[in-house]
Write a protein of this length. Structure first.
Length: 339
């Protein structure tokens, strides 16, 4: 499994916020064992454990338990690198949000989480969804993610629009009133997920810096940057990472995924064959690994799990699971509860 990483651009942003609140940057970097030169190129990958250490140390030194919120509140396009720039040139907030799922790994790449977006009854739920426990949970990082999405979205549409609801899995790190003032609504701590909800009508709001021509060139740059950033990974590793993002939206055809990886379908198949796999095998293996996780670690319904894995019906998921595991998903979950 690939190591969890963050972009040097985002780590630089955290360092800037820490210095603005009285921390000494060189001392912070020395303490977490991160050489300054590693931050010189914004697309370089920084181990996630060093980002978590930087956030925790900065919160401790500043005495600000809501340091993660401060990091998120201060984000601007450069914080997210090319993802930020491709978002700010999108036509609408909805189009900008679709860039998160497509290029989110440029900022954070972790095998333990994915961005989940759901639209129902005139409301949009955006969740930093936990899909495994391979990486430690970091409350400061989760707060930076949710407040960052909110602050950047407001900046894009030039509106300090309140959100409808916010939930966080961890207990309150500081005064809950600080969070409520930022989001403009009550924040539920100790919840089942890290998410925010806002009106679906906002998806159609125009982005102030929309520029179709620049957006098109930045889409190409973002695609190429993904390829450069993840070149050391096997093609199978890159495909698995992409599948985690694309399965919930149902956009996981060979042609679509090959395009995301900046290669032709034939080239993707050829490179997978060199590594001893084919596209169908990687897809089926990834689906079953994620199915195991959801059945073990969540109380999601069989239908919800089926949709998350890109199946159109629960029956199709059940059939595939039985073929792979020799037992139905429902019986698998019952057996787990008896252990």
């Amino acid at each position: 499994m690939r190591p969890a990483t963050a972009s040097a651009a985002f780590v630089n942003h955290v360092l800037d916020v820490a210095e603005q609140h009285g921390c000494e940057g060189e001392s912070l970097l020395a303490t977490i064992g991160l050489p300054r030169e590693r931050l010189s190129d914004p697309i370089l990958r920084i181990p996630m454990h060093q980002l978590r250490a930087l956030l925790a140390l900065s919160a401790s030194i500043t005495g600000l338990p809501h340091f993660g919120l401060l990091v998120g509140a201060a984000v601007r396009p450069g914080t997210y690198g090319v993802l930020g720039y491709v978002s700010m040139t999108s036509a609408t907030l909805g189009e900008s949000m679709s860039m998160i799922r497509r290029f989110g790994k440029i900022v954070f790449d972790s095998p333990s989480s994915q961005t989940h977006i759901e639209i129902n009854d005139g409301r949009v739920l955006v969740e930093d969804q936990r899909i495994s426990e391979l990486e430690p949970y970091c409350a400061f990082q989760q707060e930076a993610v949710l407040t960052g999405w909110t602050a950047f979205g407001r900046w894009l549409i030039a509106s300090n629009h309140p959100v409808l609801a916010v939930t966080m899995r961890h207990p309150a790190m500081g005064d809950p009133a600080v969070y409520e003032r930022f989001f403009g609504c009550p924040v539920q701590f100790g919840a089942k997920r890290n998410s925010l909800v806002f009106p679906a009508s906002m998806l159609a709001m125009r982005v102030q810096g929309a520029d179709p021509r620049t957006h098109k060139s930045l889409l190409l740059e973002a695609t190429l940057q993904l390829g450069r950033s993840y070149a050391p990974l096997s093609v199978i590793g890159r495909l698995r990472a992409l599948l985690v993002e694309q399965l919930p939206g149902g956009d996981f055809s060979l042609e679509s995924l090959a395009s995301h990886l900046a290669m032709s379908p034939r080239t993707l198949q050829r490179k997978l064959a060199v590594e001893g796999e084919n596209f169908t095998q990687v897809l089926e293996t990834m689906r079953m690994e994620l199915a195991d996780h959801h059945l073990r670690s969540t109380d999601a319904s069989i239908m919800d799990i089926a949709l998350t894995l890109g199946f159109s019906q629960a029956s199709a998921f059940s059939h595939a699971f039985r073929q792979a595991r020799g037992i139905s998903p429902a019986d698998f979950r019952k057996a787990l509860h008896k252990q």
